[in-house]
Design a protein around this ligand. Structure first.
Ligand code: AMP
Ligand code: GLY
Length: 415
């Protein structure tokens, strides 16, 4: 098989690492990939959807896997299918469940999917009037894609007014912030559940805990993810049953009723409270850095599972009875302004899975190109063992101003 993977992150490196072990996979292309994917296959620099369609046709690509959300929202699946190419992911309409928070909130409300109470605003003054009458904290979300920076938890009215102004008038996220979703604040722990969809049913992977905040002890700004642990130590069978009943099955029903069924991934971002799980968001793709801990524990062949899903067959996912901990090393200043072009040292000394993300090769060295730079994944029978392996190894990696959280997977000691 010849496979094309679309994306540039640690997630795409994890997909490449997994595909590389599959004897059926003869060639892997990455658009555009990064310093790690170069080791697993060939990075290509075609960017636009028409260029990728042409590339996949010319190179006789048998399967395309889309890692990142923007091309899905822009209709990559529709265009590949129109050209007779096999691609795993939702069409543009179904991808709006991620691309438009106003659309997904309406979908959740219409289909009785348990979610935070919320209202959608298109008029600046209406949003200001609404927050005046509500108690804080309140969560303000840009409806469109904002690279993980479009959600702000506001503690005061002044803060809310400023965020509404930034999003709707100053347009700091461009068109993504013209529409807002303002919702109640929920207290609990978060869990990421990623499912394969075969168009009929959803097949969940092990639940993952993602560390979203930049600072230790979950302080500071939201990020794309500073680390992950699988399986989530908090999400138990009782939580799963509640999620299945109140979120997963109503979602499946809603997808069918609205003709949005698709073959691809669906990622449920949950807040688990004392009253059970609430759905915060859908992503219509694998997570980053969730994938870095899911795929190494998955015992199935990824292409077999995807091929079965594409044919509408049921799949039986199998995961090793082990723990995985991923620690992400990021650039100084992340998630705000970062510097790039800094030399990364020590990755050759890492003796567990090391997946580069915002990194490129230059001669015999690696240089930073983005916010999240290096993912080191440790494994073990216990969380402590997996955590130790991850930290013993990430210690060996360095670049100027680079940092990582020291408390990924530290929950056991807290209890
Ligand atoms: P979202 O993109 O909607 O998942 O939001 C990004 C992050 O903001 C989530 O992962 C949570 O950490 C936080 N968040 C979003 N909505 C809420 C909410 N209603 N209550 C508390 N935190 C939230
Ligand atoms: N780690 C969350 C995401 O991929 O959106």
């Amino acid at each position: 098989m010849r496979v094309l993977v679309v994306g540039t992150g640690g997630r795409e490196a994890a997909i490449g690492w997994k595909l590389k072990q599959d004897p059926k996979v003869k060639k892997i292309f990455f658009a555009r990939g990064n310093a790690s994917t170069e080791e697993y296959g060939e990075n290509i620099y075609e960017d636009s959807i028409p260029e990728l369609v042409e590339f996949a046709t010319r190179e006789k690509v048998d399967l395309t896997i889309v890692g990142t959300e923007a091309p899905l929202v822009d209709g990559i699946v529709d265009e590949f299918k129109a050209a007779g190419l096999k691609i795993f992911g939702p069409n543009a309409k179904a991808a709006s469940l991620e691309g438009s928070k106003a659309f997904s909130k309406r979908f959740m409300q219409d289909h009785g999917i348990k979610t935070a109470k919320a209202q959608v605003f298109e008029v600046y003054q209406d949003a200001l009037d609404y927050v005046k009458d509500h108690k804080f904290p309140l969560v303000i979300k840009a409806s469109g894609l904002a690279g993980g920076k479009g959600v702000v938890i506001c503690e005061t009215l002044e803060e809310a007014d400023a965020v509404i102004h930034d999003f709707m008038i100053r347009r700091i996220h461009g068109d993504a912030g013209i529409k807002l979703v303002i919702e109640e604040f929920l207290q609990g722990f978060e869990a990421s559940i990623i499912c394969f969809s075969n168009g009929e049913e959803l097949f969940p992977c092990i639940p993952v805990k993602d560390y979203k905040k930049v600072g230790e002890g979950d302080e500071g700004m939201n990020t794309g993810g500073m680390g992950t642990v699988a399986p989530s130590p908090e999400f138990n069978g009782m939580h799963y049953a509640d999620f299945e009943r109140n979120i997963m099955l109503p979602t499946l029903k809603g997808l069918k009723q609205e003709n949005l069924s698709f073959k691809g991934f669906i990622f449920f971002g949950l807040m688990v409270t004392a009253e059970g799980s609430y759905l915060l968001e859908y992503n219509m793709r694998l997570g980053d850095p969730e994938t870095q801990v899911i795929l190494p524990l998955m015992e199935n062949s990824l292409v077999d599972v995807i091929n079965d899903c594409m044919e509408g067959k049921p799949v039986e996912l199998k995961f090793a009875d082990k723990k995985a901990v991923c620690v992400v090393m990021v650039s100084g200043g992340y998630p705000r302004n970062i510097e790039t072009g800094l030399e990364i040292k020590g990755t050759d000394k890492v003796d567990t899975l090391c997946l580069l993300a915002g990194a490129r090769k230059g001669g015999n060295s690696y240089y930073t190109t983005g916010g999240r730079v290096v993912n080191v994944v440790g494994f073990g029978e216990t969380y402590d063992d997996a955590r130790k392996q991850a930290y013993d190894n990430i210690k060996k990696v360095s670049f100027d101003y680079g940092f990582y959280r020291h408390d990924i997977g530290l929950f056991e000691q807290k209890k």
